[in-house]
Design a protein around this ligand. Structure first.
Ligand SMILES: *[C@@H]1O[C@H](CO)[C@@H](O)[C@H](O)[C@H]1NC(C)=O
Length: 283
């Protein structure tokens, strides 16, 4: 019975990958350099992994880095678990693949982000390859879905217009025309060392708060930068920071759209005057 069960599990777990447990596999500690899976919740992985990679230093670890820009966007709460189950499968008696439903959930959330960064969903992660059975595969937890439902979400968008040296009236008009206006300093690391290349330096100050939440906005803008990498590349040069006044709106579907950005240099009195006038301004 036990033998039959194992054989059945294996057949179901490996429908199309032609993966054979009788092939020699080995367990290794997930190395520290494999940052994307280091804190995934288990410490040993099996090689070769589901991509067929067996060379830890030459292949598995360096290729795992390709996924970091996507995972850093927080595109799906189970994206890391899904990805690591493929590139660093947990070392148990049998291979545990992700369920097809998990793959579909992660793909539906993360493929648009990947597309925004200029990549398509890889064929190796084609969800049809993964088992539909819920009980022998890594499943999708729907409980993750509701609690963030009502917060504004960053999304892929056309890059916002950037204006330098605007007139005071132009800035005030922009505050009137959009849901929110904030100041934020975008920072770009020259050499990202395991940290995101882009982040928000210091505090985000509200000029017009609109539908934004005070405790969530810095994180929201940070995720926006990591998703819209191509816009971020234009907005701030390597090794630099740039202070902006950002105006934008929250769309009916809950996604954030940045519309106008004004670069704010210290000597730019027009923006300073606009932010001061705003308190008493009538649109
Ligand atoms: C301030 O606005 C005026 C127009 O109102 C414009 O001529 C001037 O160039 C602006 N100055 C700066 C520093 O942006």
């Amino acid at each position: 019975m036990a033998v039959f069960l194992t054989a059945a599990l294996l057949t179901m777990a490996c429908p199309s990958m032609a993966f054979d447990m009788s092939q020699s596999t080995r367990c290794v500690a997930i190395p520290n350099q494999m940052k994307v899976c280091k804190d995934v919740g288990y410490s040993e992985m099996r090689l070769p992994n589901f991509l067929g990679h067996s060379n830890l230093e030459g292949e598995v670890v360096p290729r795992s880095e390709d996924w970091r820009p996507l995972l850093q966007t927080g595109c799906h709460p189970q994206a890391q678990a899904f990805l690591c189950s493929i590139i660093a499968p947990v070392c148990l008696d049998t291979f545990i693949q992700p369920c097809r439903s998990l793959c579909v959930a992660v793909r539906d959330s993360c493929a648009p982000v990947l597309a925004c960064q200029g990549h398509s969903w890889p064929e190796a992660l084609d969800c049809d390859r993964f088992p539909a059975e819920q009980d022998i595969c890594l499943s999708h937890h729907t409980k993750f879905n509701h609690f963030t439902k009502d917060l504004p979400k960053p999304a892929c968008q056309n890059c916002p217009s950037v204006e330098e040296a605007p007139a005071t009236k132009r800035v005030l008009d922009s505050f009137c025309q959009h849901d929110f206006a904030v100041t934020a300093k975008f920072h770009r690391r020259r050499q990202p060392m395991g940290e995101p290349e882009y982040d928000i330096e210091g505090r985000v100050e509200f000029i017009r708060q609109g539908p934004l939440l005070p405790y969530d906005t810095r994180h929201l803008l940070q995720q926006w930068l990591l998703i819209n990498l191509r816009c971020a590349n234009v907005l701030v040069r390597p090794g630099r920071s740039q202070l902006y006044v950002l105006t934008g709106s929250v769309q009916p579907d809950g996604t954030l759209a940045l519309t106008f950005l004004f670069t704010w240099q210290k000597k730019d009195a027009n923006i300073t005057v606009a932010t001061r006038k705003w308190k008493h301004h009538r649109c």
